[in-house]
Write a protein that binds this ligand. Structure first.
Ligand SMILES: [Zn+2]
Length: 110
């Protein structure tokens, strides 16, 4: 999900990586976010069968970010040069904003 290199004056520099809990599914490996959220009333209208499946997690889909692994690779802030790390956060934030409109906070750490 995250690239782990930065471009410094057009030179591609690789940064050390570590694992972090997947920000999309919060470490669950799957989620039902594709269904959206329901109010109690909407839930009621879906019928009993749907409610049972929903609560039992049967409608969950495998997380598309971590592919069910519950963790993703990200850049290890502690092992990185602070200057390079800041640069990476900037570049990666821009990339994520373009690809899925995510905010910067998602990059915060291992
Ligand atoms: Zn995930």
């Amino acid at each position: 999900m995250f690239d782990h290199w930065v471009y410094v004056e057009d030179m591609k520099t690789e940064l050390p990586t570590c694992k972090m809990v997947c920000p999309r599914c919060n470490g669950e490996g799957s989620h039902s976010k594709h269904l959206g959220t329901f109010t109690a009333e909407e839930m009621y209208e879906q019928g009993e069968e749907f409610r049972e499946d929903y609560i039992a997690g049967k409608l969950d889909k495998m997380c598309e970010i971590c592919k069910g692994l519950r963790v993703v690779d990200t850049v290890d802030e502690n092992a990185s040069d602070p200057t390079l790390y800041r640069l990476w956060v900037e570049q990666e934030s821009e990339r994520l904003m373009e690809s899925w409109g995510t905010r910067k906070e998602i990059l915060a750490g291992c």
